[in-house]
Design a protein around this ligand. Sequence first.
Ligand code: PLP
Length: 400
Amino acid sequence: MRSLEKMIPANPKLQWMEDELKRLESEGRLRSLKNTELTADGCLVREGRRMLNLASNHYLGLPLAAPEAGAPHRSGAAASRLVVGNYPELSSFEEEFASFKGTESALVFGSGYAANVGVISSVADRDTVVFSDRLNHASIVDGIVLSRADYMRYKHRDLDHLETLLKREAAKDGSARRRRLIVTDSVFSMDGTTAPLKELVGLKERWGAILMVDEAHSGGVSGDEGQGLVHEQGLTERVDIIMGTFSKAYGSYGAYVAGAEVLKRYLVNHARSLIYSTALPPSVIAATRRNWMLAREEGWRRERLRTLTEAFRARLAASGFRLIEGDTPIVPLLVGGNESTVRFGEALQARGICAIAIRPPTVAEGTARIRFSLMAVHREGDLAEACDTIAEEGRRLGVI
Ligand SMILES: Cc1ncc(COP(=O)(O)O)c(C=O)c1O
């Protein structure tokens, strides 16, 4: 276990994970990650011992030869992390990333989709009820379906509705035995809205639930060094499972789950998308580490993104467009009808502006929209000009 400057007290909501790990151990079925260094001559070094590597899937030995061919990092991890794919750079990256997030541990997954599906289907089962914001990402929905848990959707950001569902569940006979999981995006990908995290933490504590937050769109963007929205709001120790991706602000690929050490050990033994999938390659982890460092150090990117976002939102609103309220760089402009939205999107592309028309079933019927997403490298002048063009086309097509 990592030594923490400030030990976080054990989370009683996760005690059942500890019990399950003890059970696996007593049956001789406990798995753990072992640092493994592969060598170009078909061997490996594990726990200080050099062994012949008869466990790799790199049949032609290709990525192992890559350093000699000039590539600084191997392009492949050879196998699942539980076989021989747990290379030292991955473990050290996880340790450093956990301390950045302020959690006991972090576990890297192949992608955000794999993380959500793997985590939710491990933490929830037939005896669990999952309360999920109805605008949560598809990978969360798929994780819930795969878990076979009882699935309750609450209205978007509607705390009263969520509490009604939590109360109804608590009133049921025998429901005390059911595990409760509340899951939410921190920033909703199609609406750019933000979850009421403080209130969700209050509800999860009042009703004895586990809370999972997907920080896909706030990692790198929120927090003084990009630690995310949970950290920015001082809630790290009160959120049980924090998940995020490296594919968005971090400009790389892969994902992480941050939380208690027991959560990591539990997932290593249960999350099928981790156990039965090849580890992310060293080349990807190296790129992620590089971008993560840049994101931490270059606070001007976050600052600039905020300034550009405010100006962009204000300009479009002043032209009379209906925007979904928010302060994130995801700016949805509501059009309504599917065909008119597609026509608007095509007109913008013809004028040199690429933004995607989003229609049902990705969003609710009658709420088709153009989704703009901003970047710190955009130029003020380009965005101002784009807003004028968007307004011209909006007027021409009767959107405003
Ligand atoms: C909220 C949210 N969670 C998870 C994912 C999946 O992440 P990835 O693209 O890394 O699989 C996405 C990306 O589309 C997302 O928007």
